[in-house]
Design a protein around this ligand. Structure first.
Ligand SMILES: *[C@@H]1O[C@H](CO)[C@@H](O)[C@H](O)[C@H]1NC(C)=O
Ligand SMILES: *[C@@H]1O[C@H](CO)[C@@H](O)[C@H](O)[C@H]1NC(C)=O
Ligand SMILES: *[C@@H]1O[C@H](CO)[C@@H](O)[C@H](O)[C@H]1NC(C)=O
Ligand SMILES: *[C@@H]1O[C@H](CO)[C@@H](O)[C@H](O)[C@H]1NC(C)=O
Ligand SMILES: *[C@@H]1O[C@H](CO)[C@@H](O)[C@H](O)[C@H]1NC(C)=O
Ligand SMILES: *[C@@H]1O[C@H](CO)[C@@H](O)[C@H](O)[C@H]1NC(C)=O
Ligand SMILES: *[C@@H]1O[C@H](CO)[C@@H](O)[C@H](O)[C@H]1NC(C)=O
Length: 261
C-alpha cells in the first residue's frame, strides 16, 4: 500500500515537473514553445504572448497544430479553410496548391509557369529562371513537372528534335548526346579539335586550343595529341631557350636573382 502510494506520488510529481508547454500557454520567447509542434510564440488576444500554431501553414484542430495543406475544405468556405497563399480548394475537397505552384515546407511556392519578376521568384525549382515573366527552365534544361527542370543532355529521347534545345546534340540509343566532334560540357555541347567555331570560347573544352580560321586548333607551341593539345617538342625547346637566355642576360648584367641558372 505504502509503495503503491509512493509510486503514485512519484508519478504525479514527475508529471508536474516535466509538464510540457501546450497550445495557449503564455510565453516570452520562441524557445518556450519548442515542445509545441508547429507552434510559435505569438501575440495573444489580451496582450500577453502565447504558444500558437504557425500561421498560415497550420491551424489549431483539437489541441494540436494541423497542416492546412491537404486538409479538407469546400469551395464555398475555401477562403477561411485554405489560408496558405497560392492554395485553393481542389475538387471541392482538399486544400492544394494552385496550378503552377507546389507544396514546400507546408507552403505553396512558385513552380514552372508561375508569374515572376526576377529569378529569385523561381528559385524553388533547381535550374529554373524567370523568363518572359514566367518561371521556366533555363537553357539546356526541360520542364519535368511543376517542380523540376532536368538536363536535356543524357535525357531520354525518341527523335533528335527531342534534343533540339541543345545545339549540336542528337538522339542516339535513346538519349540526347553530343554529336561527333563535340564534347559535353556540363549541359551543352562544345566543339572539340578540328570542329567548326566562330569564337575562341567555342574551343574552351580543349585546353590550349583556340578558334583559327573557323576551326578549333591548338595554339602555337602546342600540337594535337589524341583529343587534346600538348606542348610540342619545339615549344618545350623554345620555352627552355627563352628561360636560359633570360638567365644568361641577368647574369651578364650582374643582377642578383633568387633562383639559379
Ligand atoms: C521562457 O523561457 C525563459 C528562458 O528559458 C524562462 O526564463 C521563462 O520563464 C519562460 N517563460 C515561460 C512563460 O515559460
Ligand atoms: C521540452 O521538453 C523536454 C523533454 O520533455 C524538456 O526537457 C524541456 O525542458 C522542454 N522545454 C520547454 C521549453 O518546455
Ligand atoms: C487573458 O489574460 C487572462 C489573465 O491575464 C488569462 O487568464 C487568459 O487566459 C488570457 N486569455 C488569452 C486568450 O490569452
Ligand atoms: C462542395 O461540397 C459540398 C459538400 O461537401 C456541397 O454541399 C457543395 O454543393 C459542393 N460544391 C460544389 C461547387 O461542388
Ligand atoms: C518576386 O520577388 C520579389 C522580391 O522578393 C517580389 O517583390 C515580387 O512580388 C515577386 N514577384 C512575383 C510575381 O511573385
Ligand atoms: C520526342 O519527340 C516526339 C516527336 O516530336 C514526341 O512525340 C515525344 O513525346 C518526344 N519524347 C520526349 C521524351 O520528349
Ligand atoms: C560560339 O561562341 C559564340 C559566342 O559566345 C556563340 O554565340 C556561339 O553559339 C558558339 N558556337 C558554338 C557552336 O558553340
Amino acid at each position: 500500500m505504502l509503495t503503491t502510494c509512493l509510486a503514485f506520488v512519484l508519478v504525479v510529481c514527475a508529471c508536474v515537473y516535466t509538464a510540457e508547454a501546450a497550445l495557449g500557454d503564455t510565453c516570452t520567447i520562441e524557445a518556450n514553445c519548442t515542445n509545441v509542434t508547429n507552434a510559435d510564440c505569438l501575440d495573444g488576444k489580451n496582450g500577453s504572448k502565447t504558444c500558437q500554431c504557425k500561421a498560415p501553414q497550420f491551424k489549431k484542430v483539437m489541441m494540436i497544430c494541423k497542416e492546412v495543406m491537404g486538409s479538407s475544405c469546400t469551395v464555398a468556405t475555401a477562403a477561411t479553410e485554405c489560408t496558405v497563399p497560392y492554395s485553393d480548394c481542389q475538387n471541392n475537397a482538399t486544400c492544394s496548391c494552385k496550378t503552377s505552384y507546389f507544396k514546400k515546407t507546408s507552403m505553396c511556392v512558385e513552380g514552372i509557369g508561375a508569374p515572376c519578376t526576377d529569378n529569385a521568384n523561381c528559385s524553388n525549382v533547381v535550374n529554373a529562371v524567370c523568363s518572359s515573366s514566367k518561371c521556366g527552365c533555363k537553357p539546356f534544361y526541360r520542364n519535368a513537372g511543376v517542380d523540376s527542370c532536368t538536363k536535356v543532355l543524357d535525357s531520354t529521347c525518341t527523335a533528335t528534335e527531342n534534343c533540339s534545345s541543345v545545339a549540336n546534340s542528337i538522339c542516339t540509343t535513346g538519349s540526347c548526346k553530343c554529336k561527333s566532334m563535340y564534347k559535353a560540357m556540363t549541359d551543352h555541347c562544345m566543339p572539340v579539335l578540328d570542329s567548326q567555331c566562330t569564337a575562341p570560347e567555342n574551343c574552351s573544352s580543349v585546353a590550349h586550343s583556340t578558334c583559327l580560321d573557323g576551326i578549333c586548333k591548338c595554339m602555337s607551341m602546342y600540337k594535337p595529341m589524341d583529343d587534346h593539345c600538348m606542348v610540342s617538342s619545339a615549344g618545350v625547346l623554345s620555352v627552355g631557350i627563352v628561360a636560359m637566355a633570360t638567365c644568361f642576360i641577368a647574369l651578364l648584367m650582374g643582377q642578383k636573382t633568387q633562383g639559379r641558372c
